[in-house]
Ligand binder design. Structure first.
Ligand SMILES: *Cc1c(COP(=O)(O)O)cnc(C)c1O
Length: 379
């Protein structure tokens, strides 16, 4: 396999024979103006008008009732889990096919992940594997659902919308509701994606977005916690801003909070980027359409959104035939300065998560050996 046509196609699309990265940000809107505004106003740090504006914009975009701007998506996930009641010594159901931040956020709370398989079609947490696990190990008690094997409480379920493809949310919500387990959506990769017309991040009790430099919009670094529960939203703001009780001059903090605030300097960048979200989404959808047509002729599977969902096509991907096919694709493309990357290694392969309880991982292992990201920048 030489993949010559693929390299040629990508070089033509991005109009260069130089290095083509997986994803780059575009700053063609009000970025300069807003960032300079923060300098002129001297409000570059933890409070400022752009923080409030960014939160208001995200409340609207995610169709939720409240948004809390934070320093990055990982910190957002850490606090989101705390908000739904995850405590040290408890457990969280999640997928092993994810970026390490999802799992780290559980560990930061002193809780432990349980890795359940993903669906082949969504590449995200499978409602069926959650149901199967709960039917085998779940025990309903007054204080919630407990794991018969470990004796620990299962405090939350943390699905991740891989590369912006929504998980089967309706089915997952039904299972988790039946077992009384709150959902935190790791929507770090899925800003702009929707399921049956509703934005990802708005389905769980709490949702979390990331605005890291490689995401669909960036604030340099940053994240956003969103929720439809106004009380939880207020608590989220309180916890991420040192848990200080408002007072004209006294410093009183009522619990151990965090300094997880998004600086106004970053929020300025965020606002300018969010103004362009719709055009980024359109451009990426167009590229995805062109890729789909091209790869179909090549006999390579390009991953497309499922019926009743809209993917943001943040990072686009192809599914290769097997590990060998995948490896030769990675070698040839990267050797030609076309950046491609394999999907993550499963979390239980990492030393700190090797001991965690998990199910058979059939789909996760299948995808781990085959999925490759290809250049996906909005053009
Ligand atoms: C990017 C990402 C995060 C973390 O976001 P940061 O803002 O980089 O901390 C969490 N989960 C997933 C799945 C991500 O892709």
């Amino acid at each position: 396999m030489v993949f010559k046509e693929t390299i040629q196609f990508i070089q033509d699309k991005f109009n260069t024979k130089d290095f083509i990265p997986l994803h780059v940000p575009h700053f063609n809107g009000n970025e300069r103006k807003y960032v300079l505004d923060t300098l002129d106003s001297t409000f570059v740090s933890s409070v400022g008008a752009y923080v409030d504006r960014g939160e208001a914009m995200m409340t609207e975009i995610s169709q939720t009732k409240g948004a809390v701007a934070v320093v990055n998506g990982t910190a957002g996930l850490q606090v989101a889990l705390q908000l739904v009641g995850v405590k040290p010594g408890e457990e969280v159901l999640t997928q092993a096919l994810t970026f390490v931040a999802t799992t780290n956020a559980i560990q930061y709370n002193g809780a432990q992940p349980i890795f359940l398989d993903v669906d082949y079609d969504t590449m995200g947490l499978s409602p069926k594997s959650v149901l199967d696990f709960l039917e085998e190990f779940g025990e309903r008690r007054d204080k919630g659902t407990f794991n018969k094997k470990s004796g620990k409480r299962i405090a939350a379920c943390l699905p991740m919308h891989t590369f912006g493809f929504p998980v089967h949310l309706e089915e997952l919500l039904a299972v988790c509701k039946d077992w009384n387990i709150p959902i935190v959506e790791d929507a770090a990769e899925s800003l702009g994606s929707s399921y049956k017309g509703k934005p990802t991040g708005s389905f769980g009790k709490v949702g979390v977005f990331s605005f890291n430099g490689n995401k669909i919009v960036t604030s340099g670094g940053g994240g956003m916690i969103v929720t439809n529960d106004e009380k939880l939203g207020k608590l989220g703001k309180h916890l991420t801003t040192t848990a200080k009780i408002p007072h004209a001059f006294e410093y009183f903090h009522d619990q151990t909070g965090y300094n997880f605030r998004m600086p106004n300097l970053n929020a300025a960048l965020l606002c300018a980027q969010l103004e362009q979200l719709r055009s980024f989404l359109e451009n990426k959808r167009k590229l995805a359409g062109d890729y789909a047509e091209f790869f179909e002729n090549q006999g390579i599977t390009f991953r497309k959104e499922l019926e009743n969902t809209k993917a943001n096509y943040w990072l686009m991907c192809v599914e290769m035939e097997n590990l060998e096919h995948r490896n030769s694709f990675l070698e040839v493309t990267n050797g030609s300065k076309v950046m491609t990357r394999p999907i993550w290694q499963l979390m239980f392969r990492l030393p700190m998560y090797a001991h965690c309880q998990r199910d058979a991982q059939t789909n996760a292992e299948f995808l781990e050996q085959r999925i490759v990201n290809i250049p996906s920048s909005a053009i």
